[in-house]
Ligand binder design. Structure first.
Ligand SMILES: *Cc1c(COP(=O)(O)O)cnc(C)c1O
Length: 372
């Protein structure tokens, strides 16, 4: 039995009538940009996350950029972030002329290492951009303590972490602002691109809303500041409104699937060779990806593919080693824990509808490869 990495068709099948009706509603209204669907979605998702302000925008990448822009990131400013993430995290800093300062990660959680943050602060540091990687929150107690001590802002890259908590508080409420993505494969996925900025700060909410429509203020066609065009489509908002009430259950199903993987790996006697991402006590994950370390990773990947198991490497090249950042001067081996992770990790199939039979198949293929 082939097991796909992700199966979006299963989710659509379960909500087809409601989603099709929502799409038809937008077609009837012919209201495509902002408007009542977007306003209502923003209210509903702000309440769901437990944050005062939520502003829709065109993508998770833009959400990051808008948050940094509203915090007045200027050319030459340094922002400390992780190299073990999707490119958009660092790209947002660079698009505004800022300088990403990459520091190493913790080997067990794959999240940014707070000790490494503290060691990298310079007089040019203005903020911290942790990522809640694969749906496990970074150590926000220590990150916020460092930020307070040095007068820095904190933006959470929560693109993979909608519904994840730290000390019971949701991602998106833990810093000055946060960015979410509704890319179709994310835990809450749209039918295209979409993103969201959340913030507990009214001043930032106002600035982000203006920046996403060309700095329109105080009225249309009057511009006190320069912004860009980055809005959430009404069509996406309408679809996301159908899905949001199911998100908590989907996240719980992903957690249950992770627990099943861990049990099956244990039962197969593979626990010493298949190592899961560690979840700190303060964190409840949403299992956006199920990333494990494996011996002989590249051979394992090839083998799993021949057995019809969908798998992917998140991430094969750390950001400090990307060609576009060569001028920042990070040598090979400069961030050894992140670099080791890029050579050892594999993401296994994970989605709410994944069945135990499918997981038995995945773990069976792992056992076959590892000769257990
Ligand atoms: C998906 C993702 C983004 C970007 O989101 P888009 O909506 O694709 O622009 C940013 N950061 C991380 C960690 C992501 O996984």
């Amino acid at each position: 039995m082939a097991v796909p990495l992700l199966d979006l068709k299963a989710q659509y099948a379960s909500l087809k009538e409601e989603i099709d009706a929502a799409v038809a509603g937008v077609a009837e209204s012919q209201y495509f940009i902002n408007g009542p669907q977007v306003t209502t979605f923003q209210e509903e998702i702000a309440a769901w996350i437990g944050v005062d302000h939520a502003i829709g925008c065109a993508s998770g990448s833009d959400a990051l950029m808008l948050a940094l822009w509203a915090l007045d990131l200027k050319p030459g400013d340094e922002v400390i972030t992780t190299p073990f993430t999707f490119f958009a995290t660092a790209g947002a800093i660079s698009r505004l002329g800022g300088v990403p300062v990459f520091v190493d990660i913790e080997p067990d959680t794959f999240n940014i290492d707070p000790d490494a943050i503290a060691a990298a602060i310079t007089p040019r540091t203005v903020g911290l951009l942790p990522v809640h990687i694969f749906g496990v929150c970074a150590d926000m107690d220590r990150i916020n303590a460092i930020a307070r001590e040095h007068g820095l802002w904190v933006v959470e890259d929560a693109a993979q972490a909608i519904g994840a908590t730290w000390n019971g508080e949701q991602a998106g409420t833990l810093g000055d602002a946060a960015a979410f993505s509704f890319f179709p494969s994310k835990n809450l996925g749209a039918w295209g691109d979409g993103g969201l900025v959340t913030t507990p700060r009214a001043d930032l909410a106002t600035t982000v809303s203006r920046l996403r429509s060309h700095g329109n203020h105080p009225r249309k066609y009057h511009h006190a500041i320069i912004g860009c065009n980055s809005r959430l489509d009404a069509l996406q908002a309408a679809i996301l409104r159908v899905k949001l009430p199911h998100l908590a259950a989907w996240n719980a199903e992903r957690r249950a699937a992770l627990v099943r993987y861990q049990r099956l790996v244990q039962e197969a006697g593979l626990a010493d060779r298949v190592t899961f991402q560690t979840v700190p006590d303060q964190a409840e994950p949403i299992v956006h990806q199920c990333v494990v370390r494996l011996p002989r990773r590249d051979d394992a990947l090839e083998f799993l593919k021949t057995r019809g198991i969908g798998c992917a490497v998140y991430y094969p090249l750390a950001l400090h080693r990307q060609a576009c950042y060569a001028d920042l001067g990070y040598a090979e081996g400069s961030l050894p824990i992140a670099e080791a992770a890029t050579a050892q990790v594999v993401g296994l199939p994970i989605y709410p509808e994944l069945t135990e039979d499918q997981q038995v198949e995945v773990v069976g293929a792992l056992a076959e490869f590892l000769g257990a």
